[in-house]
Write a protein that binds this ligand. Structure first.
Ligand SMILES: N[C@@H](CCC(=O)N[C@@H](CS)C(=O)NCC(=O)O)C(=O)O
Length: 215
């Protein structure tokens, strides 16, 4: 098998890529990375010194591909399946990338800020940064809610890369700053994402690790 995915099932950016792989039944060899384990972490950092997951390794082309969106673009280019997650039309592709960026930068990242602050040692937390992150999430929720009043998926009728990003982003964001009662369109969109077999599978595979999620 040519493709190896270095990932952790609980990690939201990893789930984004898993959704893309599952949408197209793309075969890959899973390599679980445990950043809490010195050996696993050191091995992973040889591949990508930045140390952030996921990373895709393609032995057939001798390529190492970090960054979730770049991995999804790479899969579409070299391992296309029935689902084209980034449209071929240049305008639609740009809009897809914008929405993908939106979910990564304004939902996933502030959500991560809130979660990782819970893992900091006592006395080293960042309450001001957490409040700022929550404010960004609130703004993003309002924008998503307006958008999703008239859409099924992030780009309209077709499921794509932005939905791969939105699924884990909204799933975890809803745990740290719930929006189900305040933003009904966004909540219904999250409901559709949860029912999508590709994301349902990623969530099911993460179940054994949910105890590690900091409450
Ligand atoms: N921009 C990166 C973000 C990846 C990222 O933040 N991954 C998290 C897991 S969801 C991670 O590896 N965190 C470990 C760390 O920051 O030490 C992407 O899109 O892949």
């Amino acid at each position: 098998m040519s493709l190896k995915l270095y990932f952790h099932p609980l990690a939201s950016f990893c789930q984004k890529v898993l959704v893309a792989l599952y949408e197209n039944d793309t075969p890959f060899e899973p390599h679980l990375v445990d950043l809490g384990d010195q050996t696993s972490s050191a091995e992973f950092k040889k591949l990508w010194p930045i140390g952030k997951m996921p990373v895709l390794r393609d032995d057939a082309r001798d390529r190492t591909i970090p960054e979730s969106s770049i991995i999804i673009e790479y899969l579409g280019q070299h391992y296309p399946g029935r689902m084209r997650l980034v449209p071929t039309d240049a305008d639609l592709a740009r809009q897809t990338r914008l929405r993908d960026r939106f979910y990564d930068l304004y939902v996933q990242e502030p959500m991560q800020k809130v979660v990782t602050d819970r893992l900091r040692p006592a006395g080293a937390t960042d309450p001001f940064g957490v409040e700022q992150a929550k404010a960004v999430l609130q703004t993003a929720y309002g924008m998503i809610d307006r958008d999703m009043a008239t859409r099924t998926w992030a780009m309209g009728d077709a499921f794509g890369m932005a939905d791969c990003a939105a699924a884990p982003a909204l799933f975890y964001a809803n745990l740290v700053l719930p929006f189900e009662r305040t933003h009904e369109n966004a909540a219904r969109y999250l409901g559709r994402l949860m029912e999508r077999p590709s994301f349902a599978r990623a969530v099911e595979e993460a179940q054994p690790y949910f105890a590690l999620f900091p409450k």
